[in-house]
Design a protein around this ligand. Structure first.
Ligand SMILES: [Cu+2]
Length: 123
């Protein structure tokens, strides 16, 4: 009878602590990181129409607000958010995928941190 060589799976240290920061080893589609120093990285990102972006939140709580009626419209000097995807609620240690079916320039902000801004351009 043949014996199979033992297979050793090398698991990272993710299980060893309570830290739950997203693992860098996981490949995310079009990631935009909401960072601990209160920025969206990259701040401006371009995708093709129909493509999606993955918003990645670490241990600091953030949100993504594309639209909230006149409040956000005024915030961006009258820019329309028509065609923007759904907002992402305030959360930490999470990812959220949003598809962009409409061409345009979609500005957004984090509602937790003033001045934390980003923009998705859909071509
Ligand atoms: Cu934030």
């Amino acid at each position: 009878m043949r014996r199979l060589a033992p297979v050793v799976l090398l698991l990272g240290p993710a299980c060893a602590t309570g830290a739950t920061a997203p693992s860098a080893s996981i490949s995310l589609h079009n990631p935009v990181q909401a960072t601990a120093d209160l920025q969206f990285t990259p701040r401006e990102f371009t995708v093709s129409v129909g493509d999606s972006v993955t918003f990645v939140f670490g241990s600091v709580s953030h949100s993504v607000e594309f639209q909230k009626g006149e409040e956000l419209k005024a915030y961006y000097g009258g820019a329309s958010s028509a065609g923007a995807p759904a907002n992402v609620d305030v959360s930490a240690n999470a990812t959220a995928v949003r598809a962009f079916p409409t061409k345009g320039s979609f500005k957004y902000r984090c509602t937790v941190h003033a001045g934390m801004l980003g923009e998705i351009t859909v071509q």
